[in-house]
Design a protein. Structure first.
Length: 264
């Protein structure tokens, strides 16, 4: 994926196609407007006019970004791996099922791309894990866009021995930067399949499950030791003490400092 920033543009029509299925999301338009077109000189007849427009471009498809004038423009472009799309669609030729759809609106998909762009430009602990989760989620959401009827649900979760292997690995590496791709490889399944099967097996998405386990371990250290909060945050895989506090509020509804005061 890439986050793209443009300065002032005038009478521009640039190709935006790719050798892979790609999604482009407008994040900010200032002093003008950019639209996607199938042909440089042919405007779309019924494209979405909002500033949060999306354009899905099929593999090898022809498309152009056009503007008569704009002062600045920011967008994100995500290029999807064929194997990921195949798993998202449940068929080996999944990438072939994605056809170009320019200038459309989808608030949930746009929100995911916006979050993905923010993570891309703001390095933090767990960044790779989080971005991989979002890209996998995007692949599934885009696959569902073109699915007229509900697909067959996932048959089940991870095999017990694979789940045990994953859970043991997570517990042993809570202080590390755990990547979902590593967990999928450890389970010997594809990334989208792992994400679905893990949720089926545990009731939680991988990222949230890992954060819950970090909060649980940190809580034990808060209650049973006098280790400084900053050190506990580091040992449990949080970016810093402030990040740990944010995760505690979200998951435990409390703060580390208050838990230590109340239970010691």
């Amino acid at each position: 994926m890439e986050v793209i920033e443009y300065g002032e543009l005038q009478d521009v029509a640039r190709p935006i196609g790719s050798k892979r299925v790609s999604l482009r999301a407008a994040l900010r338009e200032t002093g003008g407007r950019i639209e996607a077109r199938h042909k440089p000189s042919k405007p779309l007849a019924d494209g979405y006019r909002g500033s949060d427009h999306l354009s899905l471009i099929e593999r090898g498809g022809e498309a152009y970004g056009h503007t008569p004038f704009i002062r600045s423009f920011r967008c994100v472009a995500i290029h999807f791996d064929d194997a990921l799309l195949a798993e998202a669609c449940g068929t080996a030729n999944g990438a072939e099922l994605f056809h170009s759809r320019l200038m459309f609106e989808n608030k949930p998909i746009w929100a995911i791309t916006d979050r993905l762009a923010l993570e891309c430009v703001t390095p933090r602990i767990g960044q790779r894990l989080y971005c991989e989760s979002l890209i996998g989620l995007l692949a599934v959401e885009l696959a569902r866009l073109g699915t007229p009827a509900p697909r067959q649900p996932c048959k089940g979760g991870l095999a017990p021995f694979r789940l045990r292997r994953i859970l043991d690995y997570i517990e042993a590496h809570l202080g590390d930067n755990i990547a979902i791709t590593e967990l999928a490889a450890l389970a010997e399944v594809s990334l989208p399949h792992f994400m679905r099967a893990f949720r089926t097996s545990t009731g939680e998405a991988p990222l949230r499950f890992i954060m819950q386990r970090r909060v649980t371990r940190a809580t034990r250290l808060l209650v049973e030791t006098s280790t400084p909060l900053s050190k506990i945050a580091h040992e449990c895989g949080f970016a810093d003490q402030a990040h740990m506090t944010t995760c505690f509020r979200r998951i435990a509804g409390n703060t580390p400092a208050r838990i230590r005061r109340e239970r010691t």
